[in-house]
Design a protein around this ligand. Structure first.
Ligand code: FES
Length: 462
């Protein structure tokens, strides 16, 4: 999610007329009036020759119609800029005073949840300021960033969880989730970041981050965490997907002398293996390690090629992976994860024993856009607020841009902190995300990866 960027907006006579009508009509008719306005705008813009590709294309990703609730006909009809400015100042002051009286003043910056919502992982929603205590180069394109909270309190987490870093980049702050690569028993929190080709944030972290820098983090969050009684684990990692797996492996092996862990780890070559020497040093009868290398040196003795379905199947058969009915934890590039999941299901492994963790930047995970802006009514404690969501925005993005505070944490579909229930309508979610099939069947959606396909009402859990 990008901060500091306001979409382009314009208000015309249709918007003003709809705004007047909405103020006079009963509240229940407002969504219908707004939808009519949007349709009328689309048609009118088409006649003016400015419609395409207004609503249906990513070609103008910054365009969004002004939400109906934000249109003030008095403001629009004032004839001069000076009068508009004076009126806007007066209106804002009156609104602030009224909100203070009601006790629900909207914070002046991007909204944070004021309380933890009902989530599967109970993440901390309060951002913490942390210092970069140490930078360690793991491979030519992976660094480990050790973090210390400025308030001196330890960052408490479970093996397999992640932190969402707020990375200042110029005038915007970009959020990215990184799995904790340290284990809780290490006594410190560290994330490991692999530089991604043309990856804005990873490149920035690799080139600009210095020890002593201060960042904000959210979390820890995430449910990619083995239960306290798990004894038999198979970890399947690709590239930087090793980070949560390495934390999990060390934690499970250290806490239970009867635990057995198998790690199947795919990389391009020996030089790309993150934590390679530490992993090999820990390898034992209790910790089986299989390195799969696509382009290895002659010295490599393990499987060669991509960690795809055929390779994984061969390893699974040879090691009789499913003999002890282990829990499978899979983290890595999407194609690898898909191949491993298909292979496991085909081998008869129950879905409940397959745990997956995926992190991709928001641009890589967009679902096909819906055709036109849609109205989402946000219901909280019986009060409704309407937000217009453009096709290229998520519900969370549109709400925060409109000053409507919704809970969130990772903002990339990984923690469930933004979970809301659909009362009416439909929200289509970008994939992947962390909701279970059961949660989706109950009507839960994640606003940070959600796009309405028609006028929709969602309820924020309280
Ligand atoms: S904010 Fe984490 S899933 Fe939406």
């Amino acid at each position: 999610m990008q901060h500091g960027k306001r979409p382009l907006r314009s208000v015309d006579g249709i918007d003003v007329a709809a705004s007047v009508l909405a103020r006079l009509a009963p509240r229940a008719l407002r969504p219908a009036i707004d939808q009519l306005r949007l349709d009328a705008r689309s048609i009118a813009d088409g006649f003016r020759g400015v419609r395409e590709p207004t609503f249906s294309s990513q070609a103008r990703p910054g365009f969004a119609p002004t939400p109906l609730a934000e249109i003030d006909p008095v403001f629009e009809l004032l004839p001069t800029r000076g009068l508009k400015r004076s009126y806007a100042t007066l209106r804002r002051d009156v609104e602030m005073i009224a909100r203070d009286f009601r006790g629900d003043r909207v914070p002046p910056t991007i909204a944070r949840a004021r309380r933890a919502p009902s989530t599967t992982s109970a993440p901390s929603l309060a951002p913490r300021r942390v210092k970069v205590a140490k930078l360690t180069r793991e491979t030519r394109d992976a660094i480990t960033i050790r973090l210390e909270a400025l308030d001196g309190a330890p960052i408490v987490f479970e093996a397999g969880q992640f932190l969402t870093l707020h990375v200042p980049m110029g005038r915007e702050v970009v959020r990215r989730a990184y799995s904790l690569s340290s284990a809780p028993a290490d006594g410190y929190a560290a994330v490991t970041c692999k530089r991604i080709e043309r990856g804005r944030v990873s490149t920035h972290l690799h080139e600009q981050l210095r020890e002593g820098d201060v960042l904000e983090v959210l979390g820890p969050s995430g449910t990619f965490v083995p239960s306290a009684t798990t004894r038999h684990l198979v970890l399947i990692a690709g590239g930087s997907g090793i980070t949560p797996c390495w934390s999990i492996a060390r934690t499970v092996l250290a806490r239970d002398p009867d635990a057995h862990v198998t790690l199947i780890y795919g990389n391009r070559s020996e030089g790309d293996v993150i934590f390679g020497s530490a992993i090999d040093a820990l390898a034992s009868e209790r910790f089986r390690v299989v390195h799969v290398l696509a382009d290895p040196s002659d010295a490599h003795r393990g499987p060669r090629g991509m960690l795809d379905r055929a390779t994984f199947d061969a390893i699974a058969s040879e090691l009789e992976l499913d003999r002890d009915l282990p829990e499978y934890f899979v983290c890595g590039p999407g194609p690898m994860m898909d191949a491993v999941r298909e292979a496991l299901l085909a081998r008869g492994v129950q879905r409940a024993r397959i745990h997956e963790e995926r992190f991709q930047s928001p641009a890589e995970r967009r679902a096909a856009p819906v055709a036109s802006p849609q109205l989402v009514t946000v219901r909280r404690r019986g009060r409704d607020v309407a937000v217009t969501v453009a096709p290229d925005r998520t519900v969370l993005e549109a709400a925060t841009e409109s000053g409507v505070a919704l809970p969130f944490s990772c903002a990339i579909g990984g923690c469930a902190a933004c979970k809301c229930k659909v009362v009416e309508g439909e929200i289509r979610m970008d994939e992947p995300h962390c909701l279970s099939d059961a949660e989706r069947a109950e009507g839960w959606v994640l606003t940070c990866v959600g796009h309405p396909t028609r006028p929709t009402t969602i309820e924020v859990p309280t």
